[in-house]
Design a binder for this molecule. Structure first.
Ligand code: PSU
Ligand code: MN
Length: 300
C-alpha cells in the first residue's frame, strides 16, 4: 500500500510552524458543482483563505492516498476526472486499500481533518435528515460523524432539500452545538432563513474563537460546533420552493436513492434555476471560507 496520508507541501509546512489551517471538502467539487466552474470555485476558495494568511487544506483520496491539502494538478483531477466517487467515512479504508480515488463528504473530510489536527472546516451546507426519512431512514452520516469530532464547521445551515426541522432535532440529540453568525434564524442554504429559530447568536469571529476555547475547557469539544452563516443574496422563496418541488418529484419518479439523492437534487437546482443556484452556492462557499479564515486568525 502507498503512503496512506499525504500532506501537501503547503499544509506540512503550516503544521510544522503551527500556522492556522482551514479544511475544505472535495465532494462539493466533484459532485456538488457542475464543470467547469467546480474547478474555478475550488481554486478561488483556497485563494480566499490564503489571502488572509491562512492555509487551505482541501481533503480527498487520490489513487489510494488520503490527501490533506492538494497540489494544483490534484485539485484539477478531483474536478475533472471521471473516476472520483463520493466517499463517506465508511468508504475510506475500502478506497485506500484498492488504490482508488474519491471525493470526501463533510463526514469523511471532518474525520480526516481531525486526524491531521485541523479543527476548522468550511463548506457549503451540511447533510442531514432527508424528507421522508421516517420511511427511507435516509439521514446523512455527516450528523453522526460531527457528533464525535473536535471540529468547528462553517456552513450555510443544511441544504433546503432536507427536512430542516428533523435535522435540527437530530443536531440537538447528538449534542452538536449550533450558533447563528449575525442571525437568530437557522439559514436555509439558498435561503437566508429556513424558517426556524436559533437559540444562540454570535456577531464576530472573536466570539466564535472564545466559544471554541470554552469547549475545550468544558470537555464538550468532541462534538462539533456548527457556525451557521446565512447567504447574503438569497434565492426568491417562491422560485426556490417551486424548483424544490419539481426536483423532489423528479427524484422520486427516477427512483433516486441513498448517496445519489444530494448530487441529483443539487444538479436539478443548477439546471432549473438557470445557474442562479450555482451563483448562490458559489457565494455561500466563498463567504464560509472567508469567515473560517477569520476564525482561524482569531484562535491565535
Ligand atoms: N452541500 C452542498 N453541496 C454538496 C454537499 C453538501 O452544497 O455537494 C455534499 C457534502 O459533501 C455533504 C454531502 O457531506 O453532500 C451529503 O451527502 P449525503 O446526503 O449523501 O450524506
Ligand atoms: Mn443519505
Amino acid at each position: 500500500m502507498k503512503q496512506t496520508i499525504k500532506y501537501s507541501a503547503e499544509v506540512s509546512a503550516a503544521l510544522a510552524s503551527k500556522k492556522p489551517i482551514v479544511a475544505l471538502e472535495s465532494t462539493i467539487i466533484s459532485h456538488g458543482l457542475p464543470r467547469p466552474s467546480n474547478l474555478s470555485v475550488a481554486m478561488e476558495c483556497e485563494q480566499i483563505i490564503r489571502d488572509q494568511g491562512v492555509v487551505p487544506a482541501t481533503i480527498a483520496v487520490l489513487d489510494g492516498s488520503i490527501c490533506v491539502g492538494v497540489e494544483a494538478h490534484e485539485l484539477e483531477a478531483i474536478a475533472n476526472r471521471g473516476d472520483i466517487s463520493k466517499a463517506s467515512i465508511r468508504d475510506l479504508a475500502v478506497i485506500v486499500a484498492a488504490g482508488k480515488s474519491a471525493a470526501t463528504t463533510v463526514a469523511a473530510t471532518s474525520h480526516i481533518a481531525a486526524i491531521a489536527g485541523i479543527k476548522l472546516f468550511a463548506t457549503g451546507g451540511l447533510g442531514g435528515v432527508h424528507r421522508g426519512a421516517n420511511e427511507s431512514f435516509d439521514e446523512s452520516a455527516d450528523l453522526t460523524a460531527l457528533s464525535q469530532l473536535d471540529m468547528t464547521v462553517i456552513c450555510a445551515g443544511v441544504k433546503s432539500i432536507l427536512d430542516v426541522h428533523a435535522t435540527l432535532e437530530r443536531l440537538e440529540t447528538l449534542a452538536i452545538a449550533v450558533v447563528g453568525y449575525q442571525t437568530n434564524r437557522f439559514p436555509g442554504f439558498y435561503l437566508t432563513d429556513s424558517g426556524f429559530d436559533l437559540e444562540h447568536r454570535v456577531d464576530s469571529a472573536d466570539e466564535i474563537a472564545t466559544i471554541i476555547r470554552a469547549r475545550t475547557l468544558i470537555g464538550t469539544q468532541f462534538k462539533a460546533l456548527i457556525v451557521a452563516n446565512p447567504v447574503k443574496r438569497e434565492m426568491e422563496k417562491s422560485r426556490h420552493d417551486q424548483i424544490l418541488a419539481t426536483g423532489l418529484a423528479k427524484a422520486a419518479h427516477d427512483g433516486i436513492r441513498g448517496k445519489e439523492v444530494t448530487p441529483y437534487l443539487l444538479e436539478h437546482f443548477h439546471k432549473a434555476s438557470d445557474g442562479e443556484s450555482l451563483a448562490i452556492n458559489t457565494e455561500i462557499i466563498k463567504a464560509n471560507c472567508a469567515l473560517a479564515a477569520e476564525i482561524a486568525l482569531a484562535m491565535k
